[in-house]
Write a protein that binds this ligand. Sequence first.
Ligand SMILES: Cc1cc2nc3c(=O)[nH]c(=O)nc-3n(C[C@H](O)[C@H](O)[C@H](O)COP(=O)(O)OP(=O)(O)OC[C@H]3O[C@@H](n4cnc5c(N)ncnc54)[C@H](O)[C@@H]3O)c2cc1C
Length: 442
Amino acid sequence: MGECMEMGRRVIVIGGGASGMMAAIQAARRGAQVTVTEQMDRVGKKLLSTGNGRCNFTNLNQRPEYYRCSRADFPWQVVERFPVGDTLAFFGELGILPKDRNGYIYPYSDQASSVLDVLRMELEHLGVALRTGCAVREIRKTANGPFSVRTGQGLLEADALILAAGSKAAPATGSDGSGYELARRLGHRILTPLPALVQLRCAETDYKQMAGVRTEAKVTLFERTAQPEAGRKAAGPDGGWKQLAEDTGELQLTEYGISGIPVFQVSRYASSALYAGKQVKAVVDFLPGQSREETAALIKTRRETMPEKSCEQWMIGLLNKKLSMALLKRAGLSAKTAVCDVPERGWNALLGQLRAFETRVTASNSFEQAQVCCGGVDTAEVDPATMESGIVPGLYLAGEILDVDGICGGYNLQWAWSSGAVAGRAAAAGTRIRTERQKAGR
Ligand SMILES: Cc1cc2nc3c(=O)[nH]c(=O)nc-3n(C[C@H](O)[C@H](O)[C@H](O)COP(=O)(O)OP(=O)(O)OC[C@H]3O[C@@H](n4cnc5c(N)ncnc54)[C@H](O)[C@@H]3O)c2cc1C
């Protein structure tokens, strides 16, 4: 480490977001001379909008499958090297008292700005040079020479480079996708970035009527595997649909479709299937706590106890009124019809709507509304032990620029902290190792 400082090894971090700041701190703590280049007028803009301004910065409940990637085992190999305990210890030392909401961790202040403030203070304390309003336009590297980085503020040189420029999600915070282009020009493969943790747009016209409703529901997402014209036989026992994902939580109905946490959790699969040209549908269960038989029994009891009521009145107390009206309509029942006059098939249709409301997903919302992206730099080209590029020695990658996306709940920031820490430590150490090799003439 001493040698690093003597030699004044230079590390440039491109992007002053969550992963870039973590990488810079870890590299500087190991003696590297670190510069962060950030194209916005300040670092950490996205961090301020996280967790509705409260910053859900990690989660105590960690599992490998909460991190998604084309190379399924890659994210966890990185997270294990800087797990949730390290995140809590790191932020604890900087002054953040954690607030635990069922495992979802926030700063006790409930202010995302606290997380950003302590990171900025630590960067300053370590003497990290912050260059804001400094967009990186081009990166050059000769075989054994340093990196040459062309920025809006002139040329910079570095022995190691950490590319932490984020994705295309929420571009107003600075992540405009330019990092992908920098990586691509250095020889990396980019798996098409698509919006994830995002609302889904649906084909049916009755959403305007239901807009604003929030209700507990299970959302199951399917893609079509057989064309309808291929007939029942070709469709197989699954009816020609393959289940992609499911999640339960508070569903929100909007003017154009479905939103809320369970929709966010399944949205990356919808984006990918739609991008592949597949038809996508979501099936919504509005009574996820019951079996189908229990719902059938509930309907029967309510029919027997309230035969004189209209269908509209009969639904009161069961579900939100706006939603009830839409479900009755979809079941082919008139709101004013008396319960005792509804035929059996009407009740079956209503049961179907309550437990398996089908909606055709036509698109996701855009990158502007997405919290993260799925896709990004192919992790097959990155070493999970160091985050070093397998294509350009001395180049490290961290954060959302990679083809890794976490589920909602603090996992995307945990990914940013873990990958940033691994990259920062290795970038500082890697330069030292090379220096020693160079000294020994190897
Ligand atoms: C509204 C919202 C709420 C969220 N809430 C949560 C939450 O509560 N919990 C959670 O875990 N995750 C949350 N996320 C996701 C999380 O914020 C991101 O996954 C994380 O911030 C990604 O960190 P990053 O460092 O990879 O990228 P970013 O934070 O996007 O940082 C990248 C930085 O690089 C800069 N940059 C880009 N290109 C260049 C260039 N060419 N030159 C110089 N600088 C460049 C950008 O300006 C940006 O500052 C949320 C996201 C959004 C949008």
